[in-house]
Design a protein around this ligand. Structure first.
Ligand code: 5GP
Ligand code: ZN
Length: 135
């Protein structure tokens, strides 16, 4: 396997580790959006959220919440974003599932996600129907 996050999660490549257990390793991101920006990595390889087992998803979210709370205490942050990219078009660059934990302060520009658009009630009903039928 040539997956960089598999190697980091396994401890074969050293990383600034915040937390580790039998399922996950949490590391600092190399290109942080803000000080303390962390990544929750499962130790087993899954390309993205669609491949992740439910138990590990629950675990990753629970651990991310603890990390966010610790970032707030450590540096006086006021909040944090949990961000998880799936697919190149969505900004995924490493194809081993990871959950970003990005600490935030009011007014910072650390993360810019989307500009709200507009939609009619009719469009919303049609859109919801088209997605529902693929579930
Ligand atoms: P993505 O864009 O796939 O959601 O996020 C990949 C993240 O992994 C980026 O924020 C990038 O800075 C980080 N990253 C990529 N390679 C490494 C690495 O070797 N070590 C660490 N600690 N972070 C990495
Ligand atoms: Zn991997």
């Amino acid at each position: 396997m040539s997956c960089i996050f598999c190697k980091i999660a396994a401890g074969e490549i050293p990383s600034a580790t915040l937390y580790e257990d039998e399922d996950v390793r949490v590391i600092l991101d190399l290109g942080p959006a803000s000080r303390g920006h962390a990544l929750v990595l499962p130790k087993r390889h899954f390309a993205d959220v669609t491949a992740m087992p439910q138990r590990l998803l629950g675990k990753a979210m629970k651990v991310a919440g603890r990390i966010g709370a610790a970032q707030k205490k450590a540096f006086g942050y006021e909040g944090f974003n949990l961000i998880q990219n799936n697919g190149e078009a969505a900004g995924q660059t490493v194809f081993h599932f990871h959950l970003h934990v990005i600490p935030r302060r009011s007014g910072d520009a650390a993360v810019g996600l989307w500009r709200p658009g507009t939609v009619t009630p009719e469009e919303m009903a049609e859109t919801a129907g088209l997605i529902r039928q693929e579930l």
